[in-house]
Ligand binder design. Structure first.
Ligand code: SAH
Length: 233
């Protein structure tokens, strides 16, 4: 997908993007690809593929989501996907970008400063941050970070009651949901909506899963990462 085809592609899925926002997304792509040459940020390095699989794909998380004056944390944001794309397309949201790799957060904060974008950056492991930032966010996102049952334990504690985790998943998401039954039960959350998409050029399948939190999370979650990994919910 060419960058100038992105506007129409987003319009087709009811996601607004102005010319100005498109320019900023383009600057973000160039900056990320340039930084990639110094240290590895993303696996995708060709412009056209980047537009489709990083930017368009990230923007799909905004489908049927009203972020006006809402707080959202992107867990395992890497080089800012979907978090920075969300902030560019919805500047009125309050975005926190979290990743355990400090150089990625430093890169994102540097890019944000240069381009007058207001985001918060946190370099921490999600489970450590979640323990001290409970019931705090309206929304959370995660893309390509971990399997769903593990993500739920990391993310649900950070959400306010009534808040939602917007999970960006690919093919096979149904199995992930099925394997997460115990996690949904213990963490008092449930699947509210699922939106399926197909990327326009590669025809890869995507699912945006809205998971709503119904009750406060028991203080014992999240556990230490070794326990989460060894014995996922
Ligand atoms: N979301 C980005 C990056 C995916 S790669 C994208 O879609 O392109 C996964 C990222 O998650 C890496 O940057 C890694 O540092 C981070 N990560 C993995 N487990 C994490 C954890 N427990 N806490 C914080 N960050 C984590």
């Amino acid at each position: 997908m060419k960058i100038n085809e992105l506007l129409q592609a987003l319009k087709d899925v009811e996601i607004n993007c102005s010319e100005e926002q498109l320019n900023l997304l383009n600057v973000f792509m160039k900056s990320t690809l340039e930084t990639n040459e110094k240290f590895n940020l993303t696996a995708i390095t060709k412009d056209d593929e980047f537009v489709e699989k990083m930017i368009y794909d990230s923007a799909l998380s905004l489908y049927d989501l009203d972020l006006t004056n809402k707080s959202i944390i992107d867990v395992g944001t890497g080089a800012g996907f979907p978090g920075m794309v969300i902030k560019i397309l919805k500047p009125e949201s309050k975005v926190t970008l979290l990743d355990s790799t400090k150089k990625k957060i430093d890169y994102l904060l540097d890019f944000a400063k240069t381009n007058n974008i207001e985001v918060e950056g946190v370099s921490s492991r999600a489970e450590d941050y979640a323990r001290n930032n409970r019931e705090k966010y309206d929304f959370a996102t995660a893309r390509a970070v971990s399997q769903l049952n593990i993500l739920l334990e990391l993310i649900i504690p950070m959400l306010k009651v009534g808040g939602s985790f917007i999970a960006l998943k690919g093919q096979g998401y149904e199995e992930e949901i099925n394997s997460s039954k115990e996690a949904f039960r213990r963490l008092n959350c449930r699947v509210q909506k699922i939106y399926e998409f197909e990327l326009p050029e590669s025809h890869e399948k995507r699912a945006i899963i809205h998971i709503v939190k119904d009750k406060e999370t028991n203080k014992k979650y999240p556990r230490q990462y070794t326990d989460i990994k060894r014995q996922p919910l």
